[in-house]
Design a protein around this ligand. Structure first.
Ligand SMILES: NC(=O)c1ccc[n+]([C@@H]2O[C@H](COP(=O)([O-])OP(=O)(O)OC[C@H]3O[C@@H](n4cnc5c(N)ncnc54)[C@H](OP(=O)(O)O)[C@@H]3O)[C@@H](O)[C@H]2O)c1
Length: 188
């Protein structure tokens, strides 16, 4: 089962400014190819989602609810109110807490092969710490934030994990899109 961390970050690797402020995403600008098309193409290729409590809380607080309620979703959170706040969704959200390994095992046992890590940096850090990030698709916005959750927001990450650069290109008006694939087995 592959886990893909598809996200946007600042030049200094932050996925949000302090206070869960995502205004920096506006610096990406619009381009000739609407970013939504690429995102929809990506979504068509995944079969389950993993999301952290803070990312889902941001979506709910901004009136989006859970916009991908048609996809099997696992939520990592101890917040008993969060699922209630989401309201009705097409498929039940599996809320779990504790060891992220067990959550991945459950997703794998359910037959999922390509999982979108929707956010955020805290969950991404837990996954990288156990070497369960297979791909990173990151849009880099042309601004620095100085603080806020990092792309992998965890201390003591294994220093020897390497990724192979698969793609690098201009994205929309002012951003760059990078795709890295985890290089395993000593190859690549
Ligand atoms: N730039 C982008 O494209 C992008 C993408 C995704 C997210 N974001 C932003 O990033 C911010 C959120 O990222 P984040 O790194 O702060 O947080 P996060 O990873 O979304 O969520 C972290 C929270 O989830 C819960 N959690 C995580 N692991 C858990 C575990 N193993 N067991 C139980 N609960 C667990 C905990 O809180 P609770 O128990 O209280 O829920 C934890 O504080 C938001 O502002 C969001 O909008 C930006």
């Amino acid at each position: 089962m592959d886990v893909i961390w598809y996200t946007a970050m600042s030049m200094d690797g932050r996925i949000a400014a302090p206070g869960d402020d995502l205004a920096f995403l506006e610096t990406i600008g619009v381009g000739s190819a609407p970013p939504e098309d690429e995102f929809n193409e990506f979504l068509a290729g995944i079969d389950a989602v993993l999301i952290g409590g803070s990312t889902l809380r941001w979506l709910v607080a901004h009136g989006h609810g859970w916009p991908h309620g048609d996809l099997p979703t696992w939520l990592l959170s101890r917040d008993a109110q969060l699922r209630i706040a989401v309201g009705e969704v097409e498929r039940p959200i599996h809320q779990r807490e504790g060891d992220v390994r067990a959550v991945l095992e459950e997703m794998e046992a359910a037959g999922h092969e390509r999982v979108w890590l929707c956010g955020g940096g805290d969950v991404a850090g837990q996954l990288l710490a156990i070497d369960r990030i297979d791909e990173v698709i990151a849009t880099i916005a042309p601004t620095a934030l100085g603080a806020g959750p990092a792309l992998f927001d965890a201390p003591d990450l294994p220093p020897d994990l390497r990724f192979t650069l698969e793609e690098v290109r201009r994205y929309a008006e002012h951003a760059a899109r990078l795709v890295w694939r985890r290089a395993r087995d000593g190859g690549e």
